[in-house]
Design a protein around this ligand. Structure first.
Ligand SMILES: Nc1nc2c(ncn2[C@@H]2O[C@H](COP(=O)(O)OP(=O)(O)OP(=O)(O)O)[C@@H](O)[C@H]2O)c(=O)[nH]1
Ligand SMILES: [Mg+2]
Length: 334
C-alpha cells in the first residue's frame, strides 16, 4: 500500500512526511525545497499482534507498514511547465491514496504562492493541475491509438474519460495500463496553526504539523488536550493514519511461522490465494489450502495447537475471502 502527499509548495508536506515516517527529509521556508521525492515507511501499530506475540512467545514481531511518498510542490501552470512542471507527478501515479495538504497557517515568515490566503482556492489550483496532467496523458494515448481498429473499445472509454476530465469530474472508468491521478481516492489534510486562530469551514482532516512536532514527546492524554484546545482532530497523526487505512478499506491478517509473528494488510474482499501471494509468490503458486484461526479463538485457547485440537481452526480453499483478524497458515507444495 502506498500513499502520496501532494499540495502547493510550502504547505508542510515534507514536515508531515517526516512526522509520519520519522524520517529527516529537508524542510525549509522557501518553496520547492523538495525536488527529488522522499520515500518512507510508516509502521502500523497493532495491539492484536502485540497480544499474539505475548501468547506465542515468538522471538520476532513484524508489523505491517504503509509506504509514503512526498513529492515537490505543485503550482498553477505546472502542467505547462511552471515551477518544477508536473513530471514528478509520475511518482504518485501508482499510489493507492493521495493526501492533499492545504496550508491553513498564515505565518508571514513563510512565503505563500498566492497573495490571497485561501485554502479553498489553493485546493482548486492543485486539483486542476491533476486534471490537466491526466488530460495530457489521455490525449496522448488517444492520438496514439486513433487509427488502430483493434483499439476501438479503448478509444471509446478514453473519449468518455476525456470528456469527464474536461468537465472537471473525476472519471468513473479506468484503463489498466494508464494510471490516472484523478481516479485515486483523496483525503484533504488541513494543516492549521497551533493556536486555532485561523478559521476555515473547508472539509478535511484538521491537524497542525507544527503542534504535532511540539508535542511529540507528550503523553497521549496531553496530546489530545492540546489538539482539542486548538480545535483540531483529537487523533492527530495516528488518527490520520487510521483514516488512511479506512479510506483504503484495509483489513489485517496474521501469520505465525517459525520464529516470526507478523501482521499483513490487504484490501477487504481479498481471496486467501491472493493473500498468500502477498506473503510469497511461491505460496500462491503452490497453494493447496489454508488453515484459519480467528484471533478471538487464539485468545480463548492461548495456543494454535490447542485450537486445532478443539476444532476451532477451519480449512479453506483458495477462494476463501480473508476476514479481519484471521490468523492464517498456508499449506503449499512450494
Ligand atoms: N507555522 C507553521 N509552520 C509550518 C507548519 N508546517 C510546516 N511549517 C513550516 O513551513 C515551511 C515549509 O514546510 P515544508 O514541510 O518544507 O513544506 P513543503 O510543502 O514540503 O514545501 P516544498 O517541498 O517546498 O513544496 C517550513 O519552514 C516549516 O517549518 C505549521 O503547521 N505551522
Ligand atoms: Mg517538501
Amino acid at each position: 500500500m502506498k500513499v502520496g502527499i501532494i499540495g502547493l509548495p510550502n504547505v508542510g508536506k515534507t514536515s508531515l512526511f517526516n512526522l509520519l515516517t520519522r524520517a529527516n527529509a529537508q524542510v525549509a521556508k522557501f518553496p520547492f525545497t523538495t525536488i527529488e521525492r522522499n520515500v518512507g515507511v510508516v509502521i502500523i501499530p497493532d495491539e492484536r499482534l502485540d497480544r499474539i506475540v505475548e501468547i506465542i512467545k515468538s522471538p520476532k514481531k513484524t508489523y505491517a507498514h504503509v509506504d509514503f511518498v512526498d513529492i515537490a510542490g505543485l503550482i498553477k501552470g505546472a502542467s505547462k511547465g511552471e515551477g518544477l512542471g508536473n513530471k514528478f507527478l509520475s511518482h504518485i501515479r501508482d499510489v493507492n491514496l493521495v493526501l492533499h495538504v492545504l496550508r491553513c497557517f498564515p505565518d508571514p515568515d513563510i512565503p505563500h504562492t498566492d497573495t490571497d490566503f485561501n485554502p479553498e482556492k489553493d485546493y482548486e489550483v492543485v486539483r486542476s493541475e491533476l486534471f490537466l496532467a491526466d488530460l495530457e496523458i489521455v490525449e496522448r494515448r488517444l492520438e496514439k491509438i486513433k487509427k488502430k481498429f483493434e483499439s476501438r473499445e479503448e478509444f471509446e472509454i478514453l473519449t468518455r474519460i476525456k470528456s469527464s476530465l474536461e468537465k472537471g469530474i473525476r472519471p468513473q472508468e479506468k484503463i489498466n495500463d494508464l494510471p490516472l491521478l484523478t481516479t485515486i481516492p483523496e483525503i484533504v489534510v488541513l494543516n492549521l496553526d497551533e493556536d486555532g486562530k485561523f478559521k476555515t469551514t473547508f472539509p478535511g482532516y484538521r491537524i497542525s504539523v507544527k503542534l504535532e512536532e511540539d508535542i511529540k514527546d507528550f503523553s497521549e492524554e496531553e496530546k489530545m488536550e492540546f489538539r482539542k484546545e486548538a480545535g483540531l482532530e483529537t487523533g492527530g497523526l495516528s488518527g490520520l493514519l487510521k483514516l488512511c487505512l479506512q479510506e483504503l478499506s484495509i483489513i489485517t491478517f496474521f501469520t505465525i511461522k517459525g520464529e516470526e509473528s507478523r501482521a499483513w494488510i490487504i484490501k477487504s474482499g481479498t481471496t486467501v490465494i491472493e493473500a498468500a501471494g502477498k506473503i510469497h509468490s511461491d505460496l500462491k503458486e503452490g497453494f493447496i489450502k489454508a488453515e484459519i484461526l480467528k484471533y478471538e479463538d487464539l485468545l480463548k485457547t492461548l495456543s494454535f495447537t490447542r485450537a486445532q485440537e478443539q476444532g476451532l481452526t477451519r480449512i479453506e480453499g483458495k477462494e476463501y475471502i480473508v476476514q479481519d483478524g484471521d490468523i492464517i497458515l498456508i499449506k503449499s507444495s512450494a
